[in-house]
Ligand binder design. Structure first.
Ligand SMILES: [Zn+2]
Length: 324
């Protein structure tokens, strides 16, 4: 198969996944309504409230009345949602029982992210690579997965090879045992060209191949998601909350993102704090040393990143493998 044939087949697979997600949600809603019939009524009220407010916003000429209508709808919606949550809890159902559940929260199982021009989501790229790899059409290309790890390319001097093999074993074990890993987080440190990004991509590839939802993102793109969230001018954009929610988040090249006041450190703290509280897994690759991480992000962020109880730290040393 050619690459475009693979893409077509994969897009069809994603469309089927979306339908499955929707059917799954519909089944969960139906079950919840059977267990607590009031939920069905509350959901109808919620829709009516939203439509009523929409009508008021469209027909009201005074801006003040429009604002009032919007605020009233918000308050009413909040009350309805609180009642639904209470009913779900009473029925022993999870808080998100009525929500859509995506395999990949970043692209919502569409395979695309971003505005025009949209691009393929990392999950799509990973599945595409996997298809092509299994198909044999990628043979010979420098793939970033554990099977492509070539010890013989690494210098033996100063223990560089031993260190990298050990790091590979640790990462592979992490990816194979996910989500029941020994340590929840993984921190890969060391200068550029020592194989951190390669290992991070290997973990991503393996965890995706095992069918789990993961997001791999460069710190630079992560910063973009934080900035957009902070500006709040795009309410449809849920990139940052997707980063909080995804079961496995892999951040490459932390430290390469811009430092912007009220954004970088604050949002990074929120991200790590919420992920830690929810016991979600995070892998970070960075050129910065632990001391530099503390200097750049401060104690609160660094302590969450470097927490010895939750994080396995791998420090790579040696010669730049790209120059060999
Ligand atoms: Zn995706």
């Amino acid at each position: 198969m050619t690459r475009s044939e693979h893409i077509r087949a994969l897009l069809a697979e994603y469309a089927a996944q979306r339908s499955a997600d929707e059917a799954d949600q519909a089944a969960r809603i139906q079950r919840a309504c059977e267990m607590a019939p009031e939920i069905a009524d509350l959901r109808r009220q919620s829709t009516e409230t939203a439509l009523g407010a929409m009508r008021a916003i469209l027909t009201e000429t005074s801006p003040q009345k429009r604002t009032e209508a919007a605020l009233a709808m918000k308050a009413r919606g909040k009350a309805i949602n609180a009642r639904i949550r209470a009913l779900l809890a009473q029925s022993g159902l999870p808080e998100d029982a009525l929500e859509m559940r995506y395999r990949c929260p970043l692209c919502k199982d569409t395979g695309y992210v971003g505005d025009a021009p949209a691009r393929f989501c990392d999950c799509f790229e990973a599945r595409l690579r996997l298809r092509q790899y299994e198909d044999g059409s990628m043979a010979g290309l420098d793939e970033q997965n554990f099977d492509r790890f070539d010890e013989s390319r690494i210098p033996e001097a100063d223990g560089q090879r031993d260190r990298l093999v050990k790091a590979r074993n640790l990462c592979r074990q992490y990816a194979d045992s996910f989500p029941d890993t020994e340590y929840r987080n993984l921190l890969l440190t060391g200068e550029g060209g020592l194989g951190k990004t390669f290992l991070l991509n290997c973990v991503f590839e393996r965890v995706c191949a095992r069918g789990f939802s993961a997001v791999r993102i460069t710190a630079f793109r992560m910063f973009e998601a934080m900035r957009r969230q902070h500006m709040g001018n795009d309410p449809q954009y849920e990139g940052f909350s997707a980063l909080i929610d995804v079961p496995l988040l892999l951040i490459d090249d932390l430290g390469a993102e811009p430092m912007m006041r009220n954004i970088t450190v604050e949002y990074l703290f929120t991200l790590f704090n919420e992920r830690t509280a929810a016991k979600r897994h995070t892998v970070v690759a960075t050129n910065l040393t632990p001391v530099q991480l503390k200097e750049r992000y401060g104690e609160r962020v660094a302590s969450r990143l470097l927490d010895r109880n939750a994080c396995a730290a791998v420090q790579l040393k040696g010669k730049d493998l790209r120059s060999l």
